[in-house]
Design a protein around this ligand. Structure first.
Ligand code: SF4
Length: 78
């Protein structure tokens, strides 16, 4: 665990573990999941709910465990 620091994110002061700041995509399973769509329309409903909470409450909530993940194998080749 790192030190807690505060910074402004989307216009609001938020707390974050200094060692994890900016590393959401490295830790979130959604970015390795075939159900995840950046464009929205056919995006995973669980991911949408999670993102809604982030948007409403100015939080960052990486998914670390999920019962519905479908591994996006094409990402392993990049
Ligand atoms: S199924 Fe789980 S890991 Fe995949 S996009 Fe939805 S919430 Fe993220």
């Amino acid at each position: 665990m790192g030190k807690i620091i505060w910074y402004e994110h989307h216009g609001r002061r938020v707390a974050v573990d200094e060692e994890l700041k900016g590393k959401h995509k490295e830790h979130c399973l959604c970015f390795r999941c075939a159900r995840f769509s950046f464009n929205g329309e056919d995006n995973c409903k669980l991911a949408e709910l999670n993102f809604a909470n982030c948007r409403i409450n100015d939080m960052v909530l990486p998914v670390w465990e999920c019962p519905d993940l479908i591994e996006n194998k094409s990402l392993l080749m990049n």
